[in-house]
Ligand binder design. Structure first.
Ligand code: 13P
Ligand code: SF4
Length: 420
């Protein structure tokens, strides 16, 4: 199967944003925003990192030239550099990754390469921050394009979460119950800023990824009467629902309204308070697409990511993290048809990796995560060649006052093994 890059260039009508074919540098200096793609309608917060202009030689190089330059720089650097790649990265980047994985695996990988001087993170900003927090002192973590953010992560900011926390403390107090459980435990999805991870570390909370969310919620319920879950409402709702928490006990917190738009009774009964955040890529999946897949391919196995809305998760056969999806397909012994509800780069790669199966994306429109897509091979070549010259570009450094408590919350998370 052709890489998503090739599809976008050769069949622009089949994509949600034909502009993606132009190369991310077209958007670097334009209007601040997430650029084309599923997150086009999301508002980028002021103060988000901006990427300067990529030198023209990298913009104009062909795919083959960039490939050779990346290879050559990597060969020269040897063990001094490690490239981490998320499953949603384009194939043209993934082929250079030393580790490919989901966000939990990549956070672990960042800790396993203490000898490397630099970790080049081909993923999004919150992942690079996490790697910096977990990496050895003195290691440089590099994000090849600073504009590779995550619109969902940006939906919860530290000031709004602090305001929410103050309101919850005013309502619930801070005293533990007879079993020693505090009124609320904050849980942040990995897809969040380092500041929110630090907040969780300071307030007895924890980080989760989509692969260990159930284990993390169990951890939180052992210590708290309820959970404040941010920023992804869908992961929080889908995970808690599967654990038996009724939907009525999961009010949503809208940061623009007093008490999140809830009355005191709903908040007293709450088990999980869900922040009003979502992923614009996974929000595209619908129950109608699941029904269509079942109609077109009787016997199809539908697997979706838990960032999808609950109705879609309910209509699917299974839901799980990107690594869960990969393992489920790898474990199928008989030729099977899989309809997958997650990012298109990963789905197409699985289709090439497992040709004995029929694997397709539930969404018929080619719509990559536009922020993951900011990591074009041109930026990877640029940062690697700079390292060869002894220059560190685009370093992500989390200040100690944030990194120290964030590390506490991340270490709690790393101890909570994924249920895969
Ligand atoms: P995973 O934790 O499954 O890698 O997902 C990360 C992500 O950003 C999904 O949109
Ligand atoms: Fe963020 Fe969604 Fe992209 Fe994942 S797929 S990085 S949650 S915007």
């Amino acid at each position: 199967m052709a890489s998503v890059d090739t599809l976008i260039v050769s069949a622009p009508g089949a994509t949600c944003a034909p502009e993606l074919a132009d190369g991310p540098w077209t958007f670097d200096l334009g209007t601040p925003g997430y650029g084309p793609g599923a997150s086009m309608g999301d508002v980028i917060p002021t103060g988000s990192p901006r990427q300067g202009q990529l030198p023209v030689e990298y913009q104009q190089a062909t795919g083959a030239q960039l490939h050779d330059r990346i290879r050559a720089a990597k060969d020269t650097l040897g063990d001094r550099v490690v490239i981490l790649g998320h499953f949603y990265q384009r194939d043209e980047v993934v082929q250079h990754a030393d580790f490919l994985g989901d966000s939990f695996q990549l956070a672990n990988a960042a800790q396993t390469v203490p000898n490397a001087e630099a970790i080049v993170f081909c993923g999004v900003h919150f992942m690079a921050e996490t790697a910096d927090i977990l990496a050895r002192e003195g290691q440089a973590v590099i994000l090849p394009n600073l504009a590779a953010g995550c619109s969902m992560a940006d939906m919860a900011d530290i000031d709004s979460v602090r305001e929410c926390w103050e309101q919850l403390e005013a309502l619930y107090g801070t005293e533990p119950d007879a079993e020693g459980r505090v009124p609320v435990i904050p849980v942040t999805y990995m897809n969040s800023s380092a500041a929110l991870k630090g907040f969780c570390g300071e307030h007895g909370g924890i980080v989760c990824t989509s692969s260990n969310a159930a284990t993390v919620l169990e951890w939180a319920f052992e210590r708290g009467q309820r959970v404040l879950f941010f920023p992804d409402q869908h992961l929080g709702r889908n995970t808690a629902k599967a654990m038996g928490v009724p939907l009525e006990q999961m009010p949503m917190w809208n940061p623009h309204k007093p008490f999140g738009g809830n009355d005191a009774e709903a908040l007293s009964d709450a088990r999980v308070i869900l922040w009003h955040g979502f992923c614009s890529v996974h929000k595209r999946f619908t129950v109608a697409q699941v029904e269509q897949a079942r109609l077109d391919f009787p016997g199809v196995r539908v697997i979706v990511h838990p960032e999808c809305p609950t109705a879609v998760v309910d209509a699917a056969d299974e839901a799980g993290s990107t690594e869960y999806i990969r393992r489920a397909i790898a474990a199928a012994t008989e030729p099977t048809t899989f309809a997958v509800g997650t990012e298109i780069n990963m789905v197409n790669r699985l289709a090439s990796e497992f040709p004995q199966h029929t694997i397709f994306c539930l969404d018929p429109v080619v719509c990559p995560c536009s922020t993951m897509y900011r990591i074009h091979p041109g930026y990877l070549a640029w940062v690697l060649e700079a390292l060869v010259r002894g220059e560190v570009l685009n370093q992500i450094s989390v200040p100690d006052d944030v990194a120290v408590p964030a590390r506490v919350a991340l270490e709690r998370m790393l101890a909570a093994k994924p249920v895969i």
